[in-house]
Write a protein that binds this ligand. Structure first.
Ligand code: SF4
Ligand code: SF4
Length: 428
């Protein structure tokens, strides 16, 4: 009885993180050409993908045309809510179950990073500055958002939430520091409940269990397609490059979920009939996400004759795990899905990320690991030290790179990556 009372009191005090708009700064001058610059950056990066063929046309169009933007504008006019999301811990099932549409806003544009530098410390990671730059420039995708959900992961993302709230309503999603204790799971489930309440208030519609099960099934179909695609990437020799694979995996950030799932099933059927091409070295790329158009490192790897056969990164691993809802309350099943398989370095313990990497190294027959740290990203920088030790004990070649979105260090990176491949070749 007392326990029940304590739980009721605890619940009565629960509330979402609210920002105080008293301290809003002035808007920066509108720079409406940023959207066109972003599309141009995308076109340039995609044009460098060496195995770009007609089977990838659909995915390219998502990044280089306004096809999806127009659809979203139309959906919004028809009364749908558009919800911007960051990172990988936002339960998309809730958004679909509310009748809304999610789009992922983590940004990889150099042009918007320059603008973000006027508003955020220069000494912060480029992903944060680039994302903020889009908001400050009224970029059409961000302008469409009725709300933006940001998990409070690394310190930068926490402060980004506060800064973005000056442009669009931001709902910060508190993420526990650990994920394996019962109280962590309870805390995250309570945040997921609060998010559900906020979506219901915004859409003026109750999210029923029936709608949640339908959304789970919709997203699990997408996961099946993503897993089938990843299975094709396991093949040796490789049937698709790492850069093309990132194009496939990241177009899901914006595009219609059913269309993406159908297109990716078709692509998998085509890849299944394709013969692979041997390469210099099969590489696993891990660390800070390489968000299109920032394909700098994978493009160098593949220009030099190797293939990124798999990434361990939230830029491509976001849709690889299903919600297991058998005999369970749907909200708990969803909360668990977005906490447990997250390998984000913001959690206190990073052992499961290393276990995950070792598993991928075996399954994808990896010859060497490249760790990509975006400049000033402390969590990945710290984890790279432990990773180096573990991989060196197992005699797995490892290269750690610290870079940003600029092109200035391309020559230097090419030299280091070429030397890394020569070392792998000499070991054979
Ligand atoms: S690594 Fe973590 S904090 Fe960084 S973008 Fe990915 S999910 Fe977000
Ligand atoms: S985890 Fe690193 S790369 Fe991701 S947003 Fe934070 S500082 Fe940037």
């Amino acid at each position: 009885m007392l326990g029940k009372l304590a739980r009721m009191l605890e619940r009565a005090e629960e509330g979402p993180i609210e920002f105080d708009s008293r301290f809003s700064r002035k808007r920066v001058q509108k720079k409406s050409d940023l959207h066109a610059e972003w599309q141009k950056e995308n076109k340039d990066a995609i044009a460098k993908i060496h195995d770009l063929g007609p089977e990838l046309d659909y995915y390219s169009r998502v990044f280089t045309t306004d096809m999806r933007l127009k659809e979203l504008q139309k959906a919004k006019k028809a009364g749908k809510k558009i919800i911007g999301i960051f990172c990988t811990q936002v339960p998309e099932e809730l958004i679909y179950a509310s009748g809304s549409i999610p789009i992922r806003l983590c940004a990889g544009s150099f042009a918007s990073q320059k603008l973000g530098e006027e508003l955020f410390p220069r000494d912060s990671c480029p992903l944060l500055k680039s994302s903020l730059g889009f908001a400050a420039a009224d970029e059409p995708y961000i302008s469409l958002c009725d709300a933006i959900v940001i998990p409070a992961t690394c310190d930068g993302k926490k402060k980004l939430a506060e800064a973005l709230d000056e442009y669009r309503p931001v709902w910060a999603l508190s993420v526990p520091h650990c994920k394996d204790r019962p109280q962590d799971k309870r805390q995250f489930l309570s945040e997921v409940r609060l998010l559900k309440g906020r979506l219901e208030k915004l859409t003026k519609k109750r999210i029923t269990d029936k709608a949640l099960y339908a959304a789970i099934s919709l997203l699990n179909d997408r996961t099946d397609a993503m897993r089938a695609f990843r299975a094709q990437r396991e093949r040796e020799p490789s049937v698709i490059s790492g850069c093309a694979s990132q194009l496939v995996a990241q177009s899901v950030f914006f595009d219609d979920i059913k269309r993406w799932t159908a297109e990716t099933q078709t692509l998998c059927n085509r890849l299944a009939k394709k013969e692979g091409k041997p390469c210099r070295a099969r590489i696993l790329l891990t660390g800070s996400p390489t968000i299109i158009p920032n394909l700098k490192v994978p493009l160098i790897v593949e220009d030099l004759g190797s293939t990124v056969v798999i990434e361990q990164s939230c830029g491509t691993e976001h849709s690889s795990d299903p919600v297991i809802d058998e005999d369970r309350e749907p909200l708990s099943a969803i909360a668990e899905r977005y906490l447990m398989p997250s390998y984000c370095p913001c959690f206190v313990k990073g052992e499961d990320r290393i276990d995950r990497l070792l598993d991928l190294i075996g399954r994808y027959k990896v010859d060497g690991v490249i760790n990509h740290t975006l400049r000033l990203c402390l969590p990945f920088d710290v984890e790279s030290i432990k990773l180096r030790d573990v991989l060196s004990q197992k005699r797995i070649p490892f290269l750690s790179i610290n870079t940003d979105y600029s092109k200035e260090d391309i020559g230097q990176l090419k030299t280091r990556i070429e030397a890394f491949f020569e070392m792998i070749e000499a070991k054979r």
